[in-house]
Design a binder for this molecule. Sequence first.
Ligand code: HEC
Length: 177
Amino acid sequence: MSFTSRSLLTLLAVSLLVCGSTWITTSIAEPAKPDAAVARTRKQVLMLDDLYKTAIVLITDKYVQRETDLPAGTAFKALFSAMKKKGWHEVRLVDATGEPLVEENAPADDFEKAAIAALLAGNPGFEQVIEKEGRRFLRSATPVPVVMQKCVLCHPNYKDVPEGRAIGALSYIVPVE
Ligand code: HEC
């Protein structure tokens, strides 16, 4: 084979390789179409998250003085259960320290375990769209940090947690409509 034909063959092989990989790259990198319904649900989660967290902190600040007082966490589990019963959405208060006061608050499934790992790694949130009986739901977890000294009153294990690190999460399941 002459030098020229060998170079031509090499050139052909290289261009095939380049074309092939270009095709693969574009098909993988193709941006997903923006999903307006999921975006609206995500906004709803942000609103609920601000509402719940502001209220929990407000109640802990103004009403919880002693270890024997009803913790905001306990009151809000009753509120979460009422919201679920009415079919609005589901929320769980989940532990991220490995030492929950109540065992049922430990991460309960693969989503919650992955979410806690992501939040502990410093991610601002973790989410997944799931489908159940033909309906779509947004699962979303947001971090709960130690926002005030008073939290340590009943959770002594929060004492040594570095500032800003999540000690828990709110784990949502909200219908995508
Ligand atoms: C008066 C005591 C008290 C105070 C103060 C308190 N908690 Fe709790 N917390 C509890 C109790 C009791 C539970 C378990 C509630 C249940 O599951 O019924 C709990 C549950 C939790 C959980 C779920 C994991 C677990 O340990 O079971 C998180 C997260 C949490 N609290 C965060 C906080 C934060 C953040 C603060 C400060 C804003 C705080 N708590 C203040 C008593 C308290």
